[in-house]
Each structure stands twice: as C-alpha cells, then as structure tokens.
Design a protein around this ligand. Structure first.
Ligand code: SF4
Ligand code: SF4
Length: 288
C-alpha cells in the first residue's frame, strides 16, 4: 500500500505525521521524502545514506557546423527552448522538457544528446526502515520528472511492504504527480481560517485522483478555536471524508518539532495516538 501524506499548504504537519508514524507502523515500511524542493524528513529520522544517484533529463546540444538553420526544431518546441538569433540557433537547455521532438524532426542530424541534472535520489535506512529522499538541484525549476524517477525507485525498494510518502505541499504539479500514483491520500489539515481554506482546495484537487482521501486534523483544540475545529469536522462529515485522528495543539509538541523530535516520542499518550492512527490508516488502505 502506498500512502501519500499531503496538505493544502506548507506547515500543516505532513512531515510530523510521517516521522511519527514510522516507528509505530506494524509492517515493513519505506519512508519517502518527495518534498523535493525542501526535503526535511531526514532531520527527524537521521537516516544512514548508502547510495546517491543523479537524475538527469536528455536535452539537445547543437552541432552548429551541421545545422542548416531550417527552423524545424524551433517550430516543434512547445516550450520555446530553441530560438534563432540572426544567423545562429540558440538552445536554452534550462527550458527544455526533454520531449525529444527536436531530435525527431532535425533533417541534418545536427542535434546530439546532452544532459541536464534535475536533482539527486538518496537512499538508505532509518531505525530499521528503508528511506528514500529526492532533492532538486538548486536552480532547477522542473520537479515532476525527478518525482517520477523517485516513485519508480520507491516501487523497487518497497518490496511488498508499505510506503509512506511525505508529499510536496499544496496542490501544484509536484503534489499531483505524487498523489496520482498513491493508493490512499492522507490530508494534514489545520483548523485555522487559512488552513481550512487551503484544505478545501486540496480536497477539490485531489478528489480527481483515483485514490480515496482521509484526514488528520493537526493542532486541534487550540484555545478559542472551537469553531474552527467544528468547521473542519462538519466539512469532513458532509463530504464523507474519514477523520482518522485529531492531533492536539500543544506547546510541548511545537518545541519537540522545533528541535527535530518526533511527536510520538513526547509521551505514552502521544505514542498511543500515532499507533491508533497507523491502525486506522491501514484499515482505510485495505478497504480502498
Ligand atoms: S527536447 Fe523537446 S522541449 Fe527540449 S528543446 Fe527539443 S523540442 Fe524543445
Ligand atoms: S532542425 Fe536541425 S538543421 Fe534545422 S535548425 Fe534545427 S538543428 Fe538546425
């Protein structure tokens, strides 16, 4: 079972949930940090990294001597990565999406294959669990191809066990890339006005994927925010979304998190909360 832990906005608690579910999960588990623009699951799990691999995209390089300036490559490129500047052809490798169209139409064989590094995959283990992390190269704007490579590697490493994925935040292309390949999506939702608004956007966006949705309310029972909690519960009830747990707002939890601690380690009660969540999550996954 592959579970994507997602959210409508950053800071809703995805990484806290994944890091605290890891030690209480009762089956073999692969932990994946797919928040490739700002991965931070390793800060809570302290994995030993045993393998690193660069992920690249094939991009064209010009052999100017062979080029006849016919313009066919420029016409087919939907991403405007090829331009004609006077009597010269210019390829903007950072804008290339690696579709291969220009190679296919060049009549003079004037393009050879180069590579652009998109980022790296790091794998290893953390407290007996397999661990995999993607990290975008600084300056790289395109993440979906790196995420697809990450998820392919995750399929190899899962070996029949379960996979918990810390998704990119929000409802943009990177998050959708992961959610579309999940069996179940667990949404971390905050009962604040901003958090609730973005949670409803996430429900709308991710409902289009094939995977069923479930919800954890994070920072519940904030003093003076009873209406926010009630609004989130009512919304889940009205949409038929299972609300699997309510993680209470707590200064201790905030301090633990700020120091790289896992919430499940705060006390026996907190450990029990995440053990119960893991069981409910597995039941939801089996049902789906
Ligand atoms: S591979 Fe595709 S995206 Fe890249 S330059 Fe060629 S046509 Fe454009
Ligand atoms: S299609 Fe080939 S020959 Fe024509 S402009 Fe592009 S690189 Fe040059």
């Amino acid at each position: 079972m592959r579970i994507a832990v997602a959210s409508g906005k950053g800071g809703a608690g995805k990484t806290s949930l994944v890091s605290s579910l890891a030690p209480v999960w009762e089956r073999p588990l692969l932990l994946v940090d797919a928040d490739v623009e700002a991965p931070n699951l390793h800060l809570f799990l302290h994995p030993e990294i045993s393998r690193e691999e660069a992920v690249t995209l094939p991009v064209p390089e010009l052999n100017a001597e062979a080029c006849t300036l016919c313009g066919r490559c420029r016409e087919i490129c939907s991403y405007k990565a090829i331009a004609k500047l006077g009597r010269r052809l210019k390829i903007f490798g950072d804008m290339c999406h690696g579709c291969g169209g220009c190679f296919a139409v060049c009549p003079a064989n004037a393009l050879r294959q180069g590579f652009r590094e998109l980022g790296t995959l790091s794998e290893g283990s953390a407290s007996g669990r397999s661990f995999l992390m993607g990290r975008t190269r600084i300056g790289e704007a395109m993440t979906p191809p790196l995420l697809r490579a990450l998820l392919r590697r995750a399929s190899d490493l899962a070996r029949g066990g379960d996979t918990l994925i810390d998704c990119p935040p929000g409802v943009s292309c990177p998050a959708m890339t992961v959610v579309q390949r999940a069996d179940l999506v667990l949404l971390a939702a905050e009962p604040t006005p901003f958090g609730f608004h973005d949670f409803t956007l996430a429900v709308r966006a991710f409902s289009r994927a094939k995977a069923p949705l479930a919800v954890v309310m994070n920072r519940a029972k904030m003093p003076g925010n009873e209406a926010g909690d009630a609004q989130l519960r009512d919304f889940c009830r009205s949409r038929g979304l299972p609300l699997l747990a309510e993680v209470p707002f707590s200064r201790t939890a905030a301090e633990y998190g700020a120091q790289g601690g896992r919430l499940c380690d705060i006390s026996e009660d907190w450990h029990g909360l995440f053990a119960a969540l893991a069981q409910r999550l597995r039941k939801e996954g089996v049902r789906s």
